[in-house]
Design a protein around this ligand. Structure first.
Ligand SMILES: Cc1cc2nc3c(=O)[nH]c(=O)nc-3n(C[C@H](O)[C@H](O)[C@H](O)COP(=O)(O)OP(=O)(O)OC[C@H]3O[C@@H](n4cnc5c(N)ncnc54)[C@H](O)[C@@H]3O)c2cc1C
Length: 456
């Protein structure tokens, strides 16, 4: 194979692929995600795949010309996973956005990777079914990206993350071969579980071109509780009391006082007048009203105000406070979204530890959390001209990781390692695990052209 000068391979690929663009705006858009990280250069071009054949062709050419390929869905990632620099080509699959079939009897949907998460639920609702992994970004993120990051969301405490809801995948490997993983039965254990391996592999092992999703029956009843507290510690203790009461909420979200004020400012609501920390809980199923009562009893001793409702419209308003928390904080400055996980009973310690980190590093840290699964999103907010990947913000990120580890937790609950958390990965997983992971990467992608430098 001829050795091409740097950049030559990318140009050859781009001129051979249909729907390729070298437009400066397209390249700039494709260079980054929603993490706020801005690379120092832009990719050489973007291929907008519309079919599986387009993906196969792009990857065959990438292998032939040794061109780094960055798979891209909707670009809402928060770890720099779909960021791309000079010499690489972005393979954007957002135009592969059709729901191919819905089987209400088997409770499955087959979708292309560019379908948005919310579109799956809009389409399956008419059958009384839903797709459980619901990131706060549901309206803007793609199923392919969800698979690649093993995305989680509010309902995951009860219904599991993406890995529990994807039965099988069709994936194009780095050399253009098509791999099918998993199976469309509920059970099945033949061979190693490559389906589980691909889910969460952050575009480093293959490009997802089709996914068979497991759907669940929509609960007939839901009941919602909004509880307000004098401080974050009281809210964290109330969350532990809910879990100790053996309630399994479908949603249990924590928002601290600063975030609540930002949400109020953006949405014109008045949550912060009722307390300085907020827990939103939703229970569902036939026993929803009964569970709601037990839940209210569990949180009341800690709360300044408790509201309960089984009205869908009011419940949606309360859920909107959580869904809008990140955009609301983004009104205050540049935001780096942390994503640590701790054992759920240590939530209060984690919140206290984050306050200490804010004091030591001098950065502002706001906290929202999926309280039922111990997944905290500490939000570092800096001024518009300050870096969120270097200096005090990076120091805070490092301290957060060490806090999570000290409490028996993890560096990332759902956003992935991407580019921005690699410094701490080995410390969490260990050198042997990392060595094996690199060998797995080499088995799938011997030339190292798929999303190099990301994930592991
Ligand atoms: C406001 C906001 C709220 C969020 N809330 C949540 C949340 O609650 N839970 C959560 O988990 N995440 C959340 N996120 C993060 C983000 O939405 C998820 O990580 C999502 O899964 C990314 O999907 P995407 O289509 O935007 O992927 P991208 O950003 O385009 O890509 C993410 C990664 O996946 C890879 N990739 C994308 N498509 C494919 C494909 N077809 N094949 C192989 N690799 C691919 C990319 O290379 C990259 O490494 C939030 C983001 C924002 C902006």
């Amino acid at each position: 194979m001829a050795t091409l000068p740097s950049g030559g391979g990318a140009q050859a690929l781009l001129s051979a692929c249909r729907n390729a663009s070298t437009d400066p705006d397209a390249r700039a858009r494709a260079s980054t995600d929603r993490s706020g990280y801005v690379p120092g250069s832009v990719p050489d071009g973007v291929v907008y795949a519309e079919t599986v054949d387009d993906v196969v062709e792009a990857l065959r050419l990438a292998t032939r010309f040794r061109v780094p390929i960055v798979p891209r869905g909707a670009g809402t990632g928060l770890a720099g996973g779909s960021s791309a620099t000079a010499g690489s080509v972005v393979l954007d699959v957002s135009r592969m956005n059709r729901i191919l079939s819905i089987d209400p009897e088997e409770q499955q949907a087959v979708v292309q990777p560019g379908v948005l998460n919310a579109e799956v639920n809009a389409a399956t609702a008419r059958y009384g079914l839903f797709y459980a992994p619901d990131p706060a970004s549901t309206a803007i993120c793609s199923i392919g990206g969800n698979v690649a990051t093993n995305a989680g969301g509010m309902w995951c405490a009860k219904y599991g993350v993406t890995r529990e809801s994807v039965l099988s995948l069709q994936v194009v490997l780095a050399d253009g071969r098509i791999l099918k993983t998993g199976r469309n039965t509920i059970k099945g254990v033949s061979g190693y579980d490559l389906n589980a391996l691909l889910i969460g592999s952050e575009g480093t092992l293959g490009v997802v071109v089709e996914a068979t999703l497991r759907l669940l029956a929509k609960p007939l009843h839901t009941a919602t509780v909004a509880a307000y507290f004098a401080d974050a510690q009281a809210a964290a203790r109330a969350a532990s009391a809910i879990i100790a009461a053996r309630i399994q909420p479908a949603i249990l979200e924590f928002i601290d006082g600063g975030t609540l004020a930002a949400v109020d400012a953006m949405m014109g609501t008045d949550h912060s007048s009722r307390g300085n920390a907020f827990l939103l809980a939703q229970v569902d199923g036939h026993g929803a009203l009964l569970e709601q009562q037990v839940l209210v009893e569990a949180v009341t001793p800690f709360a300044t105000s408790v509201e309960q409702t089984d009205d869908d419209v009011r419940a949606a308003d309360l859920v909107a406070a959580r869904r809008n928390a990140i955009p609301a904080l983004q009104q205050l400055g540049r935001v780096s979204i942390g994503d640590i996980g701790v054992p759920r009973k240590r939530l209060a310690e984690a919140v206290a530890g984050l306050a200490g980190i804010a004091e030591r590093t001098g950065v502002k840290i706001f906290v929202i959390a999926h309280a039922a699964d111990g997944n905290l999103h500490p939000m570092v907010v800096v001024g518009p001209d300050e870096s969120i990947t270097e200096g005090p913000a990076k120091a805070a990120l490092g301290e957060m990781f060490h806090l999570a580890r000290r409490l028996g937790g993890t560096l990332t609950g759902e956003h992935g390692i991407g580019l921005l958390k690699q410094d701490w990965l080995e410390e969490e997983v260990g050198s042997l695990s990392l060595e094996l992971q690199h060998k797995i990467k080499a088995a799938f992608d011997p030339l190292g052209i798929l999303n190099p430098g990301k994930g592991i």
